[in-house]
Design a protein around this ligand. Structure first.
Ligand SMILES: CCCCCCCCCCCCC/C=C/C(=O)SCCNC(=O)CCNC(=O)[C@H](O)C(C)(C)COP(=O)(O)OP(=O)(O)OC[C@H]1O[C@@H](n2cnc3c(N)ncnc32)[C@H](O)[C@@H]1OP(=O)(O)O
Length: 392
């Protein structure tokens, strides 16, 4: 934010839509007509604004812009821009709304506003070191945020990071929080030797109610979970530290980059479990890897090595396991330095072309799965999985 509000930022600049565009050599000057005391305070406020850590948001920036102009030039004295000129029209409206507010009052309001922004920004940065790194999450879903990266880590290594119904909810909450925090990119990874072994097959027992109730609530949970990945507004990167199974593989088609250790494998055993594809994979996989390769995975359950997954376009890059974490996190730290809004807006313009389609695919996949969950094939497959373990 400081960067955006730095020398290249001036209150007369706003991004599109309603956001800051940095004007080259934008001269921050204060009217010579300001009284000394106010002028000093006013100049300090303009400087303080540049040091803000957090983006105060578009509404606040419009308010600051309007007060700045009113304090320097008085009532709005420029012709109203055309409706298509979104940025300048928003600036004009904000300034014009101040009417005949006296310059001194506008100047004082500006100083007061910047002071309040600076104090709230200062208090949030006084969180004790380390505390702001740990965010909400739980024992099985650990969320940390630092260096512009929010990391969501599946932390259930004894169960190969299989996802329980509670973990689905926690991942949804973590993504919602990450979409609003001040990180630039978000990362999903696993702790232990597995990335994730997919849906916890005991979920089918733990969900409350009779089978109809389980199927209904399970479908809602799955639909909301996948929708979070469809709608996630920031660059989302998977750090696949080991084998990945089921839903942890299918949602990869909704990520913006997938970095894998060469120990990772990618397996979608849906038909073996009497299930069907989810995570929008029935649409994204054919798009990513072509119909034949997608069907090999989604119908016949072919397990891919990291190299094969990369060759088929599901994985962006594969790294030797020995240097995986170091190399990937060095790369991610560099990525987290991109201008956050440009990163977010670029991700969104790419995703927006097919967001509607993806939601329709998600809804149909869930509908079909809800039928599968009531099938003999599915119930036998889940029983087989657990009876095999029971014998051991
Ligand atoms: C009625 C409808 C209700 C619906 C409720 C739905 C909830 C909402 C979302 C629904 C999403 C549905 C769509 C998702 C689909 C999928 O993800 S399908 C894929 C599911 N995953 C699997 O089939 C993998 C199953 N696991 C394995 O095959 C093996 O465990 C392994 C991953 C190949 C690892 O084998 P190995 O190295 O031999 O280790 P294990 O000893 O087998 O595992 C260690 C312990 O971890 C437990 N475990 C591993 N994976 C799972 C799992 N997916 N679910 C539950 N438990 C798992 C395993 O049982 C071991 O536990 P212990 O025996 O207690 O040590």
């Amino acid at each position: 934010m400081a960067k955006m509000l730095g020398a290249r930022w001036c209150p007369s600049a706003l991004r599109s839509p309603l956001q800051v565009i940095s004007f080259p050599a934008c001269q921050l000057h204060v009217s010579r007509r300001a009284k000394n005391a106010d002028q000093k305070e006013f100049e300090n406020a303009v400087t303080q604004l540049k040091l803000l850590k957090k983006d105060p948001g578009n509404e606040m920036k419009l308010k600051l812009y309007a007060l700045y102009k009113q304090a320097n030039e008085g009532p709005c004295n420029i012709p109203k821009p055309g409706v298509l000129n979104l940025i300048n029209k928003a600036k004009w409206d904000a300034w014009n709304a101040l009417g005949n507010l006296p310059k001194e009052t506008a100047r004082q309001n500006y100083v007061d506003l910047v002071t309040s922004l600076s104090s709230s920004s200062a208090s949030s940065s006084q969180v004790k070191p380390g505390a702001d790194k740990e965010q909400q999450g739980s024992e099985n879903v650990v969320v940390t945020s630092e260096d512009g990266i929010t990391k969501i880590m599946l932390n259930r290594p004894t169960k190969k990071n299989a996802i329980t119904t509670q973990m689905y909810q926690e991942i949804i909450l973590a993504l919602k929080a990450a979409s609003k925090d001040d990180s630039t990119i978000t990362v999903l990874t696993g702790n232990g030797d597995y990335y994730c072994s997919g849906n916890d097959l005991s979920n089918f027992n733990t969900l409350p109610g009779e089978i109809e109730e389980k199927v209904k609530s399970g479908g809602i949970l799955l639909r909301d979970f996948v929708a979070c990945f469809i709608d996630f507004p920031k660059p989302l990167i998977a750090v696949v530290n080991g084998p990945a199974v089921g839903i942890s593989v299918t949602i990869l088609g909704l990520f913006d980059a997938v970095y894998a250790s060469d120990k990772a494998t990618f397996h979608t055993p849906f038909t073996h479990l009497g299930q069907s594809p989810e995570g929008c994979s029935s649409y994204t996989f054919p798009k990513i890897m072509g119909l034949a390769k997608a069907k090999e995975m989604l119908i016949f359950g072919k397990k891919l090595t990291a190299g094969e997954a990369c060759a088929q376009g599901l994985v962006t890059e594969v790294f030797p396991d020995s240097t995986f974490q170091t190399e990937v996190w060095t790369r991610l730290k560099a990525y987290s330095k991109i201008p956050p809004n440009a990163g977010r807006i670029s991700k969104q313009i790419i995703r927006n072309w097919e967001k509607e389609k993806l939601h329709a695919v998600n809804a149909e996949e869930v509908r079909v799965l809800q039928e599968r969950w009531q099938s003999e094939e599915f119930l036998n497959a889940v029983m087989n999985f657990f009876s095999k373990r029971a014998k051991l």
